[in-house]
Design a protein around this ligand. Structure first.
Ligand SMILES: Cc1ncc(COP(=O)(O)O)c(C=O)c1O
Length: 399
C-alpha cells in the first residue's frame, strides 16, 4: 500500500500545484533534499577534505553504487555514475570500436539524445537504420528482425518514448538481438523508477538512465550500466583521475577495470548522494506499487481526457501499451496557450516537440501538450485538471 499522506508531506509543492510533468523531471521528495543538504552543510562547516569526512564520503559513494546496482539487477562493478542520460549514451556510442559498414538500429520514436550520437557515427562509415514502429508506436519484432543484417552491431531503443508514451517490449527486443549477436542499449530515461527493471532478466548490454525523472533524484544524476564482459571493450571517451591509471615511468596509461572507468575526475557527490536517497525512497514505496498506481492513473487520465470535445490523443490508442506519458492536442487551442493557461491555475504540464521530431511529423503537427502523472498524483487532481481544461476551452471558444 502506498502511504499517500507521507508522500504528499514529503512534497511541499503539492500544496500549491498539481504537478503532472514527471516526464520532464519530478520534484525531489524531502528526504532526497535533506540528504543532499546535510552533505553540503557538513561540507560547508568542516570542508570537503577533512580526511575522515572525505573517506566516509567516498565509502558512501561506493555504498550507493551497490544500491544502484541492486535496483536494476546488476553488480556494482557494472555501474558508473553519470550526470545525465545523454552523456551515458555518448560513452557507448563513442566507446565502441566501429568499422566501416557497421549498422546501428534506432526506433523512429527516439528523441535527439538517442538518435544524433548514432547519426554522428556516419563519419566513421557507420550506417544508421531507423525502425518504423507500428500504428501503436510499438516495435514489431518481425519488422525489427527484417532490419538486422550481419553488419548490425547495435540496437539502441528507448524503453519508453518521451513523446509517445509507448512502453516497448524490452526483453523481447534484447532476446532477438542476442539471437543475432547484436548488442543492445536500453534507454531507460523514461522508466528508471517507474517500472521494475532487472538487466540480467532483460538481457540488455548497456542501460542508461537519468535520476531526475521517475526516480525523483536530483538533476545532474544518472547511471550507465555496462555488462561486465563488455567493459574492457568500451574505451572511455574521457580521461581523468579515478578512472585512469597513469604509468608515468613508461609514459603509458590504462583504464580501471570496472565501469568506474567512465567517471573521470571528481564525482558529483551531492547528486550521487541524492540519487542514493531517491533509490531508498522508491524502494520504501516498492517499485511494483509505483508501477501499479501509475498504470491506474494512466487509464483514468485517458478516460477523463476523452470527455473533452475536440481532443486528439497521440501515441498508442490501446492503453495496455501506454504508461503515464499522454500527449495530446485540443482543437482550437495551441498547446502553448493551453499549458500557460493551466499554469495560471496551478496545473503544471508541458508543451513542445520534446525533441522527438519524427513523432511530430508522423502526426503532422508542430507541437503537442503532454501529461505525465506519477504515483504522487491523485485521481482528484486529474479530475481538477480536466475540469480546468474544459473551462479554458470554453473561454477560448467564447472569445
Ligand atoms: C527518452 C529520453 N531519452 C534521452 C533523454 C536525455 O536524457 P538527459 O536529459 O538525462 O540527458 C531524455 C530526456 O528527456 C528522454 O526523455
Amino acid at each position: 500500500m502506498i502511504d499517500m499522506r507521507k508522500i504528499q508531506q514529503d512534497m511541499p509543492l503539492l500544496e500549491h500545484y498539481i504537478y503532472l510533468n514527471t516526464a520532464a523531471a519530478s520534484a525531489m521528495p524531502q528526504p532526497v533534499v535533506d540528504e543532499m543538504t546535510s552533505y553540503l552543510q557538513k561540507q560547508a562547516s568542516i570542508g570537503p577534505y577533512l580526511p575522515s569526512f572525505r573517506q566516509e564520503t567516498y565509502a558512501q559513494v561506493e555504498r550507493i553504487r551497490e544500491k544502484a546496482a541492486l535496483f536494476i539487477g546488476a553488480t556494482k562493478e557494472e555501474i558508473a555514475f553519470v550526470p545525465n542520460g545523454s552523456v551515458a549514451i555518448n560513452y557507448v556510442a563513442g566507446g565502441l570500436q566501429w568499422k566501416q559498414g557497421d549498422e546501428v538500429i534506432v526506433l523512429d520514436t527516439e528523441m535527439l539524445s538517442n538518435y544524433v550520437p548514432w547519426l554522428a557515427l556516419q563519419q566513421q562509415g557507420v550506417q544508421l537504420k531507423v525502425l518504423k514502429t507500428n500504428d501503436e508506436y510499438m516495435v514489431d519484432l518481425y519488422a525489427l528482425e527484417q532490419l538486422i543484417t550481419p553488419q548490425t552491431k547495435l540496437i539502441a531503443f528507448a524503453h519508453m518514448s518521451n513523446a509517445a508514451g509507448a512502453l516497448q517490449p524490452a526483453k523481447e527486443i534484447c532476446q532477438l538481438a542476442q539471437q543475432h549477436h547484436v548488442l543492445t542499449l536500453m534507454n531507460a530515461n523514461q522508466t528508471l523508477g517507474l517500472t521494475p527493471m532487472n538487466v540480467a532478466e532483460l538481457g540488455c548490454d548497456f542501460l542508461v538512465a537519468c535520476g531526475r525523472k521517475w526516480l525523483r533524484g536530483p538533476e545532474g544524476s544518472g547511471i550507465l550500466y555496462v555488462r561486465e564482459a563488455l567493459i574492457p571493450t568500451l574505451t572511455p571517451i574521457m580521461i581523468g583521475w579515478g578512472s585512469t591509471q597513469w604509468d608515468y615511468q613508461n609514459n603509458a596509461y590504462s583504464f580501471v577495470e570496472t565501469a568506474k572507468r567512465f567517471e573521470p575526475g571528481c564525482p558529483i557527490i551531492p547528486s550521487i548522494f541524492g540519487l542514493g536517497a531517491a533509490i531508498d525512497y522508491a524502494n520504501n514505496i516498492g517499485i511494483h506499487h509505483i508501477y501499479d498506481r501509475v498504470k491506474q492513473l494512466t487509464n483514468y487520465l485517458i478516460e477523463q481526457l476523452a470527455t473533452i470535445p475536440g481532443i486528439v490523443l497521440y501515441g498508442p490508442q490501446n492503453s495496455a501499451h501506454r504508461l503515464s506519458i499522454t500527449p495530446f492536442n485540443i482543437e482550437g487551442l495551441s498547446p502553448d496557450e493551453l499549458t500557460n493557461a493551466l499554469a495560471e491555475h496551478g496545473v503544471i504540464i508541458e508543451a513542445g516537440t520534446f525533441m522527438a521530431n519524427t513523432i511530430m511529423e508522423r502526426n503532422q503537427i508542430s507541437k503537442m501538450a503532454r501529461f505525465s502523472p506519477h504515483y504522487f498524483n491523485t485521481f482528484e487532481e486529474i479530475d481538477k485538471a480536466v475540469s480546468i481544461m474544459k473551462k479554458i476551452q470554453a473561454k477560448a471558444q467564447d472569445s
